[in-house]
Design a protein around this ligand. Structure first.
Ligand code: ADP
Length: 470
C-alpha cells in the first residue's frame, strides 16, 4: 500500500508541536511494517533543509485564483528519516523561517495543497491513500472529488486526521476562487456557519476521519469549536486512534540529547543524575521534588493559570517544591513567568522559547510533569514523561484521560484532577509532595510506567485498518 502523508509539520524537518512528532514517526513505522509511506510538506527555511542534500523531483506551475505560480518539489537524498520526505517550494510564499503565524497563512497553505495535488496528478501511477493532517491540508479531499481538473484522482482514498480541532482554517467566500474550478453545486461542502471552513470540509469529504484519542473523539461531539453537530452527524466514519511515540527518538537509554542515559533497571540513579544537572543549570534546589511544564503557553494548555498556581503551590508547600517551565505563547503569560524569576529564585525558573534539547533534559530530570490542559486531543508530553519515568499530573481530558491512571487506583501511576483551576493544580502538587516522601512507591510507579507500551509498532495496524476500510 502506498500512503502519502500531507502535513504542515514533520519532525525533524519542522516541528511546532505534536503534529510534527506524529508525522515524523508514523510513516517510518508504516514503512517498517511493509507499506510505502511518504511525507510531503512545505519547504520552510529550517536547519534540516540546509544540513541535508536534496534532489529536484519535479517542477510545475499552477494557480491560486488569479495568481499563477511555479513550484518545485525536492526530495531528501539519503532516506535518513526512514521514509521519503518531499518538500514543496513556492518561492516567496512557503520558504519562510516560521511554520505558522503569517497574515497570508490562508494563501500559503491553500497554494501548498493545490501544488500537492497538481504534482500527484502528474505521476504515472496513483497512490492508494492520501492522508491529510489538520486543517492546513483538509481541502484536499474536496479538491480530489469536486474540482474539475482533479476529479480523475477521485479514486484515491482520503483520510483526515485531526490533531487539533480548535483551529479550522476559516476563510471568507471572497477567497473561494482560490480553490481550483469546482462544481458550484457543492458549495455546502465547503461551508460552515457562513464561511469556508477547511476542517469542516475535510470532515465532510474525507473517506475516513480519525483523531488522536478515543476520548477526544467523544468530546468533539460536545465541544469542537462550533463543529459539534458535524461530528455527531459524521460519527459513522470517525475513529479515535491514540498516538504512539517514536522509541528511536524518545528513549532514555539512547536519547542523543542526554549525557547520562538510564533504563528501567537504574531509573532512580539515572534520573537523580539528570535532575542534579538540570537543577544546577537553572539554580533550583535538587533535594525538593521538581515539577516541570513543557508546552505552548496558551489557554488550551491552561497556561494562563500557571503563574498563580505555582505561586500558590510554593506557598502552600512552604517552598518544598521546585518548578521549571519551558514554553512560549501568550505574551502576558510569558511576562508573568519571567517576572517571577527573581522573587522565587531557588524554587522557580523559566525558559521562554522553543528548545528541543532542553525538553529532553527536562523529561529525564524532572520528578513530575504538569499538564492541566483544558483541551488535549492526545498529548504527547505525558507519553514521553511515562517513558522517562517522570510522574504525569494531568487534567482528566482527551488523551490524558486515556493514558494516565491516578495513583489512588490499583496499579495507578499518575496524578489526575478534574478542573483546570488553581485549586486543583495546587491540591495535586500537595499530593505529589506527599507521595514524593514514599521512595518505594515512587520507584514502583517509575518502573511501572516506563514499561507501558505506547510504541508506534502497536498502533500502525489500526491505521492500516482505516486505510483498508476507506
Ligand atoms: P501540542 O498541542 O502543542 O501539539 P502535544 O503534547 O501533542 O501538544 O505535543 C507537544 C510536543 O511539542 C512535544 O514533543 C513537546 O515536547 C514539544 N514542545 C512543546 N513546546 C516546546 C518547547 N517550548 N520547547 C521544546 N519542545 C516543546
Amino acid at each position: 500500500m502506498e500512503i502519502i502523508h500531507v502535513s504542515a509539520e514533520c519532525y525533524p524537518v519542522a516541528k511546532a508541536g505534536g503534529l510534527g512528532d506524529v508525522v515524523g514517526a508514523l510513516p517510518k513505522y508504516q514503512c517498517k511494517a511493509g507499506d510505502i509511506a511518504k511525507v510531503v510538506m512545505p519547504m520552510y527555511r529550517t536547519k534540516f533543509l540546509y544540513d541535508n542534500e536534496w534532489s529536484v523531483e519535479f517542477k510545475g506551475n499552477t494557480n491560486l485564483g488569479n495568481w499563477f505560480f511555479d513550484y518545485t518539489v525536492i526530495k531528501e537524498k539519503s532516506n535518513k528519516l526512514g521514509f521519503d520526505i518531499y518538500l514543496i517550494d513556492i518561492h516567496g510564499l512557503l520558504d519562510r523561517q516560521k511554520i505558522y503565524g503569517y497574515d497570508d497563512d490562508t494563501d500559503r497553505f491553500t497554494a501548498f495543497q493545490i501544488a500537492v495535488i497538481h504534482w500527484i496528478s502528474n505521476w504515472e501511477h496513483r497512490p492508494d491513500v492520501i492522508h491529510c493532517h489538520d486543517h492546513h491540508t483538509a481541502l484536499i479531499p474536496f479538491m480530489l472529488k469536486h474540482c474539475y481538473d482533479y476529479q480523475f484522482l477521485a479514486g484515491i482514498s482520503t483520510v483526515l486526521t485531526i490533531h487539533n480541532g480548535q483551529y479550522q482554517g476559516w476563510m471568507g467566500w471572497d477567497k473561494s476562487n482560490y480553490i481550483p474550478r469546482w462544481d458550484l453545486w457543492k458549495r455546502g461542502l465547503l461551508e460552515w456557519e457562513g464561511n469556508i471552513n477547511p476542517l469542516a470540509c475535510g470532515v465532510k469529504c474525507a473517506d475516513k476521519v480519525t483523531t488522536v484519542s478515543q476520548s477526544y473523539m467523544d468530546e468533539l461531539r460536545m465541544n469542537a469549536n462550533g463543529l459539534e453537530k458535524l461530528f455527531e452527524y459524521e460519527r459513522g466514519k470517525c475513529i479515535g486512534i491514540l498516538n504512539g511515540i517514536d522509541h528511536d527518538v524518545w528513549n532514555p537509554e539512547t536519547d542523543t540529547y542526554l549525557t547520562d542515559h538510564y533504563s528501567v533497571e537504574n531509573v532512580i540513579e539515572g534520573k537523580e543524575i539528570n535532575k542534579l544537572a538540570l537543577c544546577e543549570t537553572f539554580g533550583v534546589e535538587p533535594s525538593k521534588p521538581l515539577f516541570v511544564f513543557i508546552g505552548r503557553l496558551v489557554g488550551e494548555k491552561a497556561a494562563d493559570i500557571l503563574p498563580e498556581s505555582i505561586k500558590s503551590a510554593i506557598d502552600k508547600t512552604q517552598g518544598n517544591a521546585s518548578f521549571l517551565i519551558l514554553g512560549s505563547g501568550d505574551s502576558s503569560v510569558e511576562w508573568q513567568l519571567q517576572s517571577m524569576k527573581t522573587n522565587y529564585a531557588g524554587v522557580f525558573n523559566t525558559v521562554i522559547g522553543y528548545d528541543e534539547k532542553l525538553s529532553h533534559k527536562m523529561y529525564a530530570g524532572a520528578d513530575f510533569l504538569l499538564m492541566p490542559s483544558r483541551v488535549e486531543p492526545c498529548g504527547l508530553n505525558q507519553l514521553y514523561a511515562l517513558r522517562y519515568g517522570t510522574i504525569p499530573m494531568v487534567r482528566n481530558t482527551g488523551g490524558l484521560k486515556d493514558t494516565v491512571l491516578d495513583m489512588g487506583n490499583y496499579q495507578g501511576f499518575g496524578i489526575c484532577f478534574n478542573e483546570a483551576s488553581i485549586h486543583d493544580i495546587v491540591y495535586s502538587v500537595e499530593r505529589a509532595v506527599s507521595v514524593y516522601q514514599d521512595k518505594t512507591h515512587i520507584e514502583w510507579m517509575r518502573k511501572y510506567m516506563m514499561q507501558i507500551d505506547h510504541s508506534w509498532e502497536s498502533t500502525v495496524d489500526r491505521y492500516k485498518q482505516v486505510y483498508l476500510s476507506a
